[in-house]
Design a protein. Structure first.
Length: 192
């Protein structure tokens, strides 16, 4: 399996990065190829609403560091999105990537029964961490983005969520979350 992992945190050793690393290390151990992008280290802009991807090209017209990321996602079997919760949503680094996935949609996406240009059947692993310990807080984040990726043709989505992790690395003390990351990789890759 070809896995693309997108790290949305500005902290290289942040909690969401640690959980995604556990998932990806497990998947690599099971024979998958993993390509990780730390979005905060890249130089890119958000969607410019130019509509070139709907009128003249079948991809985003912008030529920046996100071009490689978008192409890698097109070719992937599994997409791992990892982000801390900032102001009740994903990090801005990850949100800018998601906005640029507008280029995945065909020109008549609003009426087309197959609205997306990328191969259907991909799996999504959504890793969300938050300082707030209350699981009811920010529980709306995953369903909102899950709906977009299902619309794109992703047919399997998995949430790994750690609540009450504040300091970088604190998730290391949450063995249940790290075990869930491992088990999710095994489940997706159908390994005992």
């Amino acid at each position: 399996m070809n896995i693309v992992c997108l790290l949305g945190s500005p902290r290289p050793q942040g909690n969401s990065a640690i959980v995604s690393k556990r998932f990806c290390d497990t998947a690599e151990g099971l024979g998958s190829e993993v390509k990780t992008f730390a979005l905060n280290k890249l130089k890119y802009r958000g969607c410019q609403a130019c509509m070139t991807c709907k009128t003249r090209l079948d991809r985003c017209v912008l030529k920046d560091d996100l071009s490689e990321v978008l192409e890698a996602v097109r070719e992937s079997d599994i997409l791992v999105i990892a982000s801390p919760t900032y102001y009740g949503d994903l990090s801005s680094q990850l949100k800018a990537f998601i906005d640029r996935t507008f280029s995945f949609l065909v020109p008549d996406y609003q009426t087309n029964p197959n609205p997306c240009r990328i191969k259907p059947g991909k799996k999504l692993v959504f890793i969300q961490t938050q300082a707030e310990p209350d699981e009811n807080a920010f529980s709306d984040v995953f369903p909102r983005y899950e709906a977009f990726f299902k619309w794109y043709g992703f047919d399997g989505t998995h949430l790994i969520r750690a609540c009450g992790v504040v300091d970088a690395g604190e998730v290391e003390t949450h063995k249940d979350i790290l075990s869930l990351a491992e088990e999710t990789a095994k489940t997706i890759l159908k390994q005992p």
